[in-house]
Design a protein around this ligand. Sequence first.
Ligand code: G3P
Ligand code: CA
Length: 337
Amino acid sequence: MTAGEMIETASRPIIIAHRGASGLRPEHTLAAYELAIDLGADFIEPDLVSTKDGVLIARHENEISSTTNVGEHPEFVNRKTTKLIDGQTVSGWFAEDFTLAEIKTLRAKERLPFRDRAFDGQFPIPTLQEIIDLAKRKSAETGRTIGIYPETKHPTFFDAIGLSLEEPLVEILHANGYNKADDRIFIQSFETTNLKQLDKMTNLPLIQLLSNTGKPYDLAITNDVRTYKDMTSPDELAKIAEYADGIGPDKRMIVPTDDNGILLQPTSLIQDAHAVGLLVHPYTFRNEAQYLAPDYNHDPEAEYEQFFNLGVDGLFTDFPGTAFGALQANDNFRFQI
Ligand code: G3P
Ligand code: CA
C-alpha cells in the first residue's frame, strides 16, 4: 500500500481530473484520463451524452464538432443540422444522431486554440464502459482506487428524445460493482429533477452542480423562480442535502472577483454547505494565465493553496499534476503516490 492510499479521502481534498488531464491531451479521451491518473488524480470526470443506439459516451456537449473531426468526414456531411438544446439554438453534428459504430470512426481534437494540438486525430471517443475498464486497470496497476465522477449532460433533452441517461448510467455502474454509498463514484448534474430521480435509483453519492449564472434548465421550463445563486442560501442547501451528498459550485461562488478579476473576500458557501452535511467540490482550476486571477501572480499552486485552506473537499482541475504538486507542498496534506 502506498502512502497516498493510507490517507483516507476524508482527510484531504480529492483531485478530480476535469475531462481527464484536459490541459495536456484532448478532453474526454482514454489518453487524457490515463495521464490524469498518472499525474495523481483521485477521480476522472467523464461528461456523458447518448448515441442513437443508447450507449453512453464521453463528450461535454451532444454537439460534437468542437471536440471531434466529424466535420472532416464527407460521409456525415448531411448529418449536420440545427436543434434547440436547453433553450439555445445549436448547429452542428449531434451524438444522438450517430450509432456507436459511427462515433467510433471519429477522432478527438483539442477544443481550445491555445492548447497543444499535437494529439488531434489520434484518439477515439470512449464509452463509459471503456472508462470504467481503464479505472479498474489503473487501480490494479497503481494500488490506488481510482474514482469515476460522471456527469449527465442535457438530461431533460435526452429524456425528451427517448434516450434517458439515468437508467443506462445506473445500470452500467451497478453492473460494474459500484452500488454502495462509499464506492468511489460521484454522479453529478446541473439539473435537479434527474438527481432526485437518481437518489431513488441508487445509493451512489450525488453532487448538485451550481453555476455562477442562470438556473437549472429543469427549473427554467417549470417556471421555478430559483436561480443557482438562490440555491446557495442555507435553506436551499438544506433542500439539496435531502437528495444529494455534495455541491459542485463554480469556484467564483466561493471566491468572487470584481470587474477587473481581482479576488474579493470568500463567501460563506463552504461553511454553509458543510453545516448541512454537503461536500464541496468547486470547478474549474486551470494553469493558463487567462484563467488565473492577477492576485496569484502567475502561480496556479497559489490558487489551489487558497482553496485547500478554505476547506474544500476536492476540486475539478484540467491540470491534475499541478493540483497534486500543491497538495504535496501543503504541510497538512503531503503524501506520495
Ligand atoms: O462538472 C463540473 C464541471 O465540469 C462543470 O463544468 O461545463 O466543464 O461540465 P463543465
Ligand atoms: Ca463536467
